[in-house]
Design a protein around this ligand. Structure first.
Ligand code: ADP
Length: 656
């Protein structure tokens, strides 16, 4: 089979290609990931700062709205929009504004009542004398009294009498105008309330359901809207009956009732909050009837002024400004007390406790889920696009480089295949040529010395050509990893002497003198043919690159457990920069090319390959213009174990 020469340092190109593809790609990916993470961290930090700023602004806006109401409260304002009521809590009096916003009060103001003694004659006539006519006449006299309380009480009694006499219509007619009398009371209950209640009782007794429902609804409505200032027990009592007459089994408390409940709770817990002059205004929350009320509490010398605000008032009056700000800053506001428990503080939210903000409740300000900062989004997009472009460019350039490298390698391979093919084709004609030359040389031209000289020259040229062809083919098999070595223990000095003797004969005619000092007794494990070829290569080079000197020294020495075969010439030398490269295949020195010294650039590569296969190495010492010493360093045969048998089992290896 024909060995193949592989063109150029393809593996190095491959490594280079990988380096320029993989390294920048990995670096780019790493850089991209790093930049994205950095960007994410910066964006998160900026978002956190924005959230902080927004939370501060939102809390300040709520605080401003509350402070404005505190000022109005201090100024004694009485008109408050729906959901809020001002209560003034004094020791023995509670008042509220706006007036009709509470169904009942903790303390009811005492309304004027009729002097009970005026009615004693009536009672005597009615219950002791059983004289209802006299009693009625007395009552009718009292209905003309200038005292509205007396008038109202007399009418109430009159109506009751008619009712007990069965004159229901008459009684109802008397009660009707009385239902509007709210300024006087009977036994602590406003006359209007008593009159309306009794009308309901009468209608119920008469079974006039439709009229009763209507009347009870009016009573219910008046009770709830606080038309009469009553205490909680009175309210509960009358309301329960009104509900029953209305046929309602489960009537939910209206806002006035709920608000009244809150005021009741405030009154009952008044000792818990600061009182007296000099105490600073307070803001706090009050739980009543399942609702949470916000309270602005201002303590004065003799009483306390408090604004009780239901959630709807807070939402309508204290939060709109903050909500607008929140929208502007892409956050949502959550009031802990009446929006449920605030969400736990996370990356996207901040909870401002009331202790820090002086607000009645904790405020949770959360980043709106869809409110990513636009500049962060576009920055990230730009980053991703930039990275994608860079990666695409890196991939594209790698592809083009790979393609051209592939082509280069293919061309180099074609060239080396061609050289190998030609060399192979040379073999057969060369063998024939060599045989004929040998025959001619040996076959007697003794009579013609000139012809003999020609035959000798022809034989040398044929030998050189044969060696060249063999070298090229041998190099091809080494490079293809097919070169087999046959190792034997042999005397190093003997081998060197044999090769030098052989070579000496060849170059003697050209005037070269090969000095050989090889006396060592040491053995090496070597393939005699391969090692001989390596030494011969060095000798050929020593001669070839010594145009002015004709002496070459070959010295065999022992160093520790190695044997060194040094070939020293006094030729052109090797510049330091080339000392490594000359062992690369096809590399030729600059000086060699300038001087036009013939060569293929595979000699030293082969030497290096062979010596390495023997577990050794090649050293170079050189001084340009002064000469060079190439030294083959081999392990001694006895040190075979130390070197490792694997080296010696090596039958083939690749030249790269
Ligand atoms: P070639 O001799 O065919 O060019 P080699 O591989 O044998 O190829 O040598 C490679 C190069 O090393 C040579 O071209 C030459 O420049 C340099 N070189 C080798 N041996 C010597 C030497 N003895 N003196 C000076 N230069 C040398």
């Amino acid at each position: 089979m024909r060995p193949r020469l592989r063109g150029g340092p393809s593996r190095r190109l491959l490594v280079l290609l990988l380096a320029i593809t993989v390294v920048p790609l990995v670096s780019l990916l790493w850089l991209g990931r790093y930049l994205l993470e950095e960007d994410r961290a910066i964006a998160a930090k900026q978002a956190g700062e924005r959230l902080d700023r927004a939370a501060t602004l939102v809390a300040a806006a709520v605080d401003r709205a509350i402070a404005a109401d505190e000022q109005r409260l201090a100024a004694g304002a009485r008109d408050w929009s729906a959901g809020a009521v001002v209560v003034i809590l004094a020791e023995s009096r509670v008042s509220a504004a706006p007036a009709l916003r509470l169904a009942f009060l903790p303390l009811a103001p005492a309304l004027p009542e009729a002097d009970a003694r005026l009615f004693e004659p009536v009672d005597r006539a009615e219950f002791q004398s059983k004289d209802r006519t006299v009693a009625r006449e007395l009552l009718e006299t009292l209905t003309a009294s200038s005292d509205p309380a007396v008038r109202a009480t007399a009418r109430l009694q009159l109506a009751r009498q008619f009712s007990s006499l069965g004159e229901h219509e008459r009684a109802l007619r008397i009660y009707e105008p009385l239902a509007n009398v709210d300024t006087v009371a009977l036994a602590g209950v406003p006359v209007g309330l008593v009159a309306r209640y009794r009308r309901c009782q009468l209608l119920a007794a008469l079974g006039r359901t439709a009229a009763l429902r209507k009347e009870a609804a009016t009573l219910h409505q008046d009770l709830l809207t606080g038309r009469w200032t009553v205490t909680a027990p009175v309210f509960v009592l009358y309301r329960r009956d009104a509900d029953a007459w209305m046929g309602a089994s489960d009537v939910h408390p209206g806002p006035e009732e709920r608000m009244a409940g809150a005021v009741q709770a405030l009154w009952e817990g008044r000792d818990r909050w600061p009182a007296g002059p000099g105490t600073s205004p307070r803001r706090f929350v009050l739980e009543a009837g399942g609702d949470t009320y916000s309270v602005l509490w201002q303590s004065r010398a003799s009483d306390v002024r408090a604004l009780v605000a239901a959630p709807e008032y807070v939402r309508a009056n204290w939060l709109p400004g903050a909500s607008a700000l929140a929208r502007e800053h892409g956050v949502t506001v959550h009031v802990s007390s009446f929006d449920g428990d605030p969400p736990p503080a996370t990356d996207g939210s901040i909870v401002i406790p009331s202790a820090t903000s002086r607000l009645p409740w904790a405020l949770a300000v959360a980043r709106h889920p869809t409110s990513a900062a636009p500049e962060a989004t576009s920055r990230r997009l730009l980053l991703i696009i930039g990275l994608a472009v860079l990666i695409t460019m890196a991939l594209a350039s790698s592809y083009f480089i790979a393609r051209s490298v592939h082509r280069e390698i293919a061309v180099a391979r074609l060239q080396s295949d061609f050289v190998a093919a030609v060399s192979h084709e040379f073999r057969t004609p060369l063998t024939t040529l060599r045989q004929f030359t040998d025959m001619l040389r040996e076959g007697g031209a003794a009579d013609d010395p000139q012809r003999q000289v020609c035959y000798e020259a022809q034989a040398r040229a044929t030998d050189r050509l044969t060696r060249l062809v063999e070298s090229v083919l041998d190099f091809g098999s080494m490079e293809a990893g097919k070169r087999r070595y046959r190792f034997d223990a042999l005397s190093c000095a003997a081998l060197v002497r044999a090769v030098v003797d052989d070579f000496r004969r060849e170059v003697k005619a050209a005037g070269y003198h090969i000095e050989c000092r090889a006396t060592s007794q040491v053995e090496v494990v070597a393939d005699a043919e391969a090692l001989g070829r390596a030494l011969r290569n060095l000798l050929e080079n020593a001669v070839k690159y010594s145009p002015d000197s004709r002496t070459v020294d070959v010295i065999v020495t022992e160093r520790d457990s190695t044997v060194a075969i040094a070939v020293r010439d006094r030729g052109i030398g090797v510049p330091p920069a080339e000392r490594k490269a000359i062992f690369d295949q096809f590399h030729r020195g600059a000086e060699a090319r300038t001087r036009g010294i013939a060569g293929t650039g595979i000699g030293l590569a082969m030497v290096d390959h062979i010596v390495r296969a023997h577990g050794g190495h090649v050293d170079v010492q050189s001084e340009p213009g002064q000469g060079s010493t190439f030294t083959i360093v081999l392990p001694m045969a006895m040190d075979r174990d130390a070197i490792g048998t694997s080296k010696f089992e090596l039958r083939s290896s690749k030249l790269t």
